[in-house]
Design a protein around this ligand. Structure first.
Ligand code: MG
Length: 501
């Protein structure tokens, strides 16, 4: 069997090489490419993607997977070969299920929807977007049918982003989360005026911001000999290989946290990629266990580490160095409070860690209701606004700051949003486990000592790559599956002290 396995490995590494080349083109498109290059670049990327898809879905690939699967499982569940075959089979079975004409129709519908969404959002005109949303919904229902599901079409879509998760599994956890957060948000809102973030607003030189965030990313362990940080409109992380994982950030001249926390967030993703074992490179085992687990890494560094008081104590001298004179009269406690100011926001991406998950909850409710035929597209804006009132006590004045704010649906993605919340929940579970494994870890950032934290994440999460499904990974490494209590406890403990309730 070994020669057949080597043959399969060679084939799939060629597929990975093609995908890696497409990723470089896409990175360049978002970072350096002049606007005029868009059309040719789009053609180059889609040609490469198609080439990769054709090569991957060739019957020969399926045959090699079938022939080596049982042999690999016989080498032990945790072996490289067994894990490799499980991941390869999952990907292959999904990739061959969608007929080419469906893929074509889906891609035509989403390119039309992206244009329509951008215009509809600019004009705050939901009616103009509604037919496109209906089309995306219908296509997602067909996609769910093609993939197959037991209880809800939502499960088939969710599984694309969070393998193994189902609506039935998430619903009780999300309900507990919602009920736990609502009273905390009420307490904070009742004291809204008591916390200000004025000290991180002002006029901050953007070159100095970039120098600062490079220093921060390097300090927490991001390896610049195997990556680089650039600027882009929307921060992102992209992996070309284990030894080339790149991040981007953005700078707001008048608001410093955008660059700092955007950068720490992406560095958190990138540490995962850079921590993947070398022999997983260009195999189906590269990349994270799921989007949710990936997001747990970024959120852990961004919020649990980056927005902690010990981190702020370490950060303050750096701010003084990069912005001379601006932070002389400020102490670390004031900085800590300023970067943790919480206030309801109409916009998900501008939301803080207390409010953020409720933005996801309302999207989860809308998506499941739409897919299960319990809500009509035309009624979705009213549903959205009612939830905004219930959760945050605010109502969008127009759909642009309500149901039209996210790009996800026009990209065709339904079932994606929960992965953000899963990341937040898992990040708090990781912190609780770290409490047991590394006494005093929370204070280590004060001295700039991030290595023990990174080493723990390397051992328990990064080194596993995609070997296990998310729920399996959590049970193996944390001794428990997904839980909501650690996150609620973290939020309540932190914000009751900041806001005094
Ligand atoms: Mg992220």
């Amino acid at each position: 069997m070994e020669p057949k396995f080597q043959e399969l490995k060679k084939k799939l590494s060629e597929v990975s090489a093609i995908n890696s080349a497409a990723a470089v083109l896409s990175w360049d498109q978002q970072v350096y490419m002049p606007p005029g290059g868009a059309e040719a670049r789009g053609a180059a990327i889609s040609t490469l993607e198609e080439l990769g898809h054709v090569k991957f879905t060739a019957p020969e690939t399926g045959k090699l997977i079938d022939e080596t699967y049982a042999w690999a499982q016989g080498l032990g569940e945790d072996s490289f070969e067994a894990s490799y075959l499980r991941a390869a089979r999952r990907d292959y079975d999904k990739a061959v299920k969608l007929p080419a004409e469906f893929v074509g129709e889906f891609s035509r519908a989403t390119s039309a929807a992206i244009d329509a969404w951008a215009k509809a959002r600019a004009n705050s005109d939901f009616k103009a977007f509604a037919p496109h949303l209906q089309k995306i919904l219908d296509l997602n229902l067909r996609k769910a049918q093609i993939y197959g599901y037991k209880a809800s079409p939502y499960d088939a879509l969710l599984d694309l982003y969070e393998p193994g998760a189902t609506k039935a599994m998430l619903e009780p956890i999300f309900k507990k989360l919602t009920e736990g957060l609502k009273p905390i948000i009420k307490e904070i809102n009742a004291r809204a005026g008591s916390v200000s973030n004025d000290i991180v607003k002002g006029d901050f030189d953007e070159q100095a911001q970039l120098a600062l965030v490079n220093e921060i990313a390097g300090a927490i362990g991001y390896d610049f000999t195997r990556g680089r940080q650039d600027r882009s409109a929307h921060p992102f992380t992209t992996d070309f290989s284990v030894n080339d994982v790149r991040i981007t950030t953005r700078t707001h001249r008048d608001y410093l946290p955008a660059a700092i926390y955007g950068s720490i967030h992406e560095a958190g993703h990138a540490l995962y990629g850079q921590g993947t074992p070398k022999n997983f490179d260009f195999t189906p085992l590269a990349g994270g266990a799921s989007l949710g687990v990936h997001e747990s890494q970024s959120r852990f560094w961004e919020n649990i580490v980056g927005r902690s008081l010990p981190f702020c104590r370490w950060l303050l001298p750096l701010l003084r160095k990069h912005f001379p004179g601006k932070f002389d009269k400020i102490n670390a406690e004031e900085l800590y409070v300023a970067v943790n100011r919480s206030a309801p926001s109409m916009i998900r991406v501008e939301s803080d860690e207390v409010n953020y998950n409720l933005h996801i909850m309302l999207r989860f409710e809308i998506e499941t209701a739409l897919l299960e035929g319990k809500l009509k597209v035309a009624d979705a804006p009213a549903f959205w606004n009612a939830r905004m009132r219930d959760y945050f006590g605010i109502t969008p004045a127009k759909d642009a700051e309500g149901i039209l704010q996210d790009i996800h649906w026009s990209l065709g993605a339904m079932g994606y949003f929960p992965t953000y919340t899963l990341g937040n929940l898992i990040s708090a579970q990781l912190a609780e486990k770290m409490n047991k494994d590394i006494p005093g870890w929370k204070n280590m950032p004060e001295k700039g000592d991030f290595a023990p934290i990174l080493a723990w994440l390397r051992k328990h999460i990064h080194s596993q790559g995609r070997k296990y499904l998310p729920e399996q990974l959590l049970k193996r490494e944390l001794g428990e599956g997904l839980k909501v209590e650690p996150f609620l406890h973290y939020i309540k403990d932190k914000y009751s002290k900041i806001y005094g309730f």
